[in-house]
Design a protein around this ligand. Structure first.
Ligand SMILES: Cc1ncc(COP(=O)(O)O)c(C=O)c1O
Length: 390
């Protein structure tokens, strides 16, 4: 591993700004902006003309089929956003009041919020230094030290609560070691739900992320690799769970020619057809976006190779989507210098999310030592990563 030293050379910051400007041009450079063409406008206009702008319409079904095909899943269910997709997936995976869910401390707040919507309690464990995602070693160590099996179900010895699920997240599009995580979850009979909000297009070997657990969920928020404005998707291979997910996300209405009969408390979580139309136009461009983003990531890798900062490259055997590129500074002071300099220069850069266990609503949740999470929280900076204008 390269020795990381402080940013003492002002030239390095200037050169970084030059590199970003070479890729993205003059003016304010955002972290990640969407790319649209006439195609999105025409697709959305067509849906407006059809009047099917809301929760009914062919575009939703076609978008679901295309997402299933792209990821290799048997079923895909479109939702209003990625948080809703996680909420419903966790509900169906068995997360309920009084249960605990193991997730990573380094994630966007939605991961923990979705657990809370089910009235489950998150347990935050460490991430790996290289993938920035859930550490299989940390998961195994936590479960071995803290869990006892009762009638085939894992219980937290200290709290007495059953552990209902485990939610790893592929941070910034870098695939976690999901096969190891899946084996550990299987050994403890814990349902696995992958938060793939950031990893559309990221693969482990030839397999798309999101294929190891009961469910995986995606986000099409405006800052994601493809966008529907707002939107999400659940994928699963289980036909019954797919039907349950569709039912729950569509107010649990029983199909009927004209009667309204809802057989349980469902959610109005269906993706509107307008958004699906935009998604269909965007997914056509996904492979092209992925190649362009890889070129950007390679430029950054080459730039940082000769400098005392570490660019986060993909783990061997995986293909990251490079949704948001990451660099590691030597320490907190160096990180702050980098953030201040770049933001003042009109280049949007951002630190890692505040760790979830440090947010007021989650500060009483159980954690492990979070060694790598704390290391990364002080050093990681996201740098501009959009697809350059084609
Ligand atoms: C890791 C993670 N999980 C969940 C979400 C929630 O997705 P959405 O914003 O579509 O609700 C996001 C992104 O927004 C995310 O980055």
């Amino acid at each position: 591993m390269k020795q990381l030293i402080n940013i003492k050379v002002p030239n390095m910051l200037e050169s970084f700004v030059d590199v970003v400007r070479e890729i993205y041009g003059d003016g304010f450079v955002p972290l990640h902006r969407p790319i649209f063409s006439e195609h999105e406008k025409n697709s959305v206009a067509k849906v407006i003309e059809s009047n099917f702008v809301s929760s009914a319409g062919m575009e939703i079904e076609v978008f679901e089929r295309e997402m299933a095909e792209y990821t290799g899943a048997s079923y895909a269910i479109a939702t209003v956003n990625g948080t809703a997709a996680l909420h419903v997936s966790l509900t169906l995976a068995g997360v309920s009041a009084g249960t605990e869910v193991i997730t990573q401390a380094v994630s966007f707040v939605a991961t923990a919020n979705a657990i809370s919507y089910c009235q489950g309690k998150p347990v935050f464990i460490d991430v790996e230094r290289d993938t920035i995602g859930m550490s299989p070693e940390a998961l195994a160590a936590f479960l071995q030290a803290n869990v006892e099996m009762r009638h085939g179900q894992a219980f937290n010895k200290a709290s007495g609560a059953p552990i209902s699920a485990c939610v790893p997240m592929h941070s910034f599009g870098h695939p976690v070691r999901i096969d190891e995580i899946a084996d550990i979850c299987a050994a403890f009979n814990i349902a696995l739900v992958e938060d793939c909000a950031e990893s559309l297009g990221s693969h482990i070997g030839g397999t798309h992320t999101g294929r190891a657990g009961k469910f995986a969920t995606f986000s099409f928020n405006g800052n994601k690799i493809i966008t529907t404005g707002g939107g999400g998707m659940i994928i699963t291979d289980d036909e019954e769970l797919a039907q349950r997910a569709k039912h729950l996300t569509t107010t649990s209405k029983q199909p009927h020619a004209y009667e309204y009969f809802h057989d349980e408390v469902g959610f109005n979580y269906r993706m509107p057809n307008l958004n699906a139309a935009m998604g269909l136009a965007q997914i056509e461009k996904l492979d092209n976006f992925l190649s362009q983003k890889r070129i950007v990531a390679e430029s950054y890798r080459d730039f940082f190779a000769s400098l005392p900062m570490e660019f986060v490259w993909e783990r061997e055997g995986t293909r990251a989507n490079f949704w948001l590129n990451c660099v590691l500074c030597e320490d907190l002071a160096a990180r702050n210098t980098f953030l201040e300099y770049t933001n003042e220069a009109g280049i949007m850069t951002r630190p890692l999310w505040q760790m979830l266990n440090r947010l007021p609503m989650y500060e009483n949740c159980e954690t492990d030592a979070l060694t790598h999470s704390n290391f990364l929280a002080e050093r990681l900076v996201n740098i501009p990563s959009s697809v350059p204008k084609i």
